[in-house]
Design a protein around this ligand. Structure first.
Ligand code: SF4
Length: 403
């Protein structure tokens, strides 16, 4: 297919595709999905080889949010029965992080619900970052605390944070349909503050909220312009008790086309599959590793992921390898432009906040059991609500985390 040959050539040169080319990827048929994966896979392997970076979420503060993000089970008025708790103590957060690192993660993403941190909250998180860094040599830490005020990104950087996550989530044109308590411009401003403070910026999207192909291309082109080091791609987990709880409109093939489009538009950036991986890609998850070079290990913020062991087995069976702590994630031209180790601007980032957020997200997934478990097969095209389980283990509980 001429389109795919052109996109591979552009991806290897880091050349921006046209909007029409990006839209054409989303418009390919299911018959062509393996060709699309093979083409975008060439770009992925050129910049990232067969490495898969593992990230681990620690939900520092869950629920009780005054914002109204429609996709989020932590939002104001959510009736989803998620875990609700206030700030984890630094040693509790450090223990949770250690479980993820022992499971193979190299980055820990510290997430808190809420509009944004107070200065006291930044003090708390700074203490937590120091505790995690003291106890785990070489770990990358990303903070995801919502909208930042002046000076807060600098303070997090001084405390040792490598990255900051804040997702754009969707196009500027549709942002007001999803959230009314803050704006798209607020989100862009926070990503810019993280960049300016020398933090590696992490910013991504949520697909499946009823947006058009044009909206998806818009948000991914906006991300390319913002130039984060990592781009989490969330697939909406329609959680009962949220306004988008009935929005089941993704197929595994659609998810693969979206990931391929993101890879072509952001070829040399860490593309991370975030919330919704198990629920929407299901048995096709290994194909998605040919497109993304990063995933979350274990559970999400408010929902449960498949067993960490199943993640590791999938990576090995698909012929990929877990990226080691000593390996640099980003290609040399990005890794050397900023700070060190993981990424560029300073380092690397996680996801955002909110379901979509930290890549993961609050909300994402939900559940309990499931993924990875053998449930009775649903007819093709039926929503797999059985794969959504609210998190009942790990941070905020007495039960061991999934890692
Ligand atoms: S995404 Fe973040 S800001 Fe929005 S409702 Fe959820 S926790 Fe609050």
């Amino acid at each position: 297919m001429d389109l795919l040959n052109t996109l591979v050539d552009k991806g290897l040169r880091r050349e921006l595709p046209t909007r029409e080319e990006a839209l054409a990827v989303l418009a390919t048929s299911d018959d062509d999905v393996l060709d699309v994966v093979a083409a975008a896979g060439k770009v992925r392997r050129h910049w990232f080889g067969r490495r898969v970076k593992l990230n681990y979420l620690v939900n520092l503060k869950s629920g009780l949010c005054p914002e109204d993000c429609s996709y989020c089970s932590q939002r104001l008025g959510s009736t989803t029965g998620i875990l609700k708790y206030s700030w984890l103590k630094p040693d509790e957060a450090s223990r949770a992080a250690a479980a993820g690192l022992a499971g193979g993660a190299k980055r820990v993403c510290l997430v808190a619900s809420g509009r944004g941190p107070t200065d006291r909250d930044v003090d708390r998180v700074s203490e937590t970052i120091r505790a995690i860094k003291d106890q785990n040599e070489g770990v990358e830490v990303c903070a995801c605390l919502g909208l930042l005020s002046d000076g807060q990104a600098e303070r997090l950087r001084e405390a040792g944070a490598d990255a900051y996550n804040h997702n754009l989530n969707t196009s500027e044109a549709t942002y007001g349909d999803i959230t009314t308590t803050h704006t798209y411009a607020d989100r862009v401003d926070t990503v810019s503050k993280a960049h300016a403070a020398g933090l590696s910026a992490c910013s991504g999207l949520i697909a499946g909220m009823g947006e058009s192909d044009e909206d998806l291309v818009d948000v991914v082109f906006s991300l390319r312009e913002l130039d984060p080091d990592s781009v989490p791609v969330n697939f909406l987990i329609p959680v009962e008790g949220t306004p988008l709880g009935k929005e089941w409109n993704l197929t595994p093939q659609r998810c693969l086309r979206i990931l391929a489009m993101v890879r072509f538009v952001c070829p040399d950036v860490e593309v991370r599959i975030a919330g919704g991986r198990e629920v929407h890609l299901r048995t096709q998850q290994p194909l998605a590793l040919h497109l993304a070079n990063s995933i979350f290990l274990g559970d999400y913020l408010t929902t449960e992921g498949q067993a960490g062991k199943a993640d590791l087995e999938m990576i090995a069976d698909a012929g990929f390898e877990v990226e080691g702590a000593g390996e640099i994630t980003l290609p040399e031209h990005r890794a050397t432009t900023a700070g060190g180790g993981c990424g560029s601007h300073a380092e690397a980032g996680c996801g955002s906040h909110a379901e979509a957020g930290c890549g993961s997200v609050c909300g994402s997934h939900e559940g309990g059991s499931v993924c990875g478990t053998a449930a009775a097969a649903a007819p093709a095209g039926e929503p797999r609500t059985d794969l959504v389980a609210v998190r009942r283990r790990g941070a905020g509980t007495d039960l061991a985390p999934n890692a």
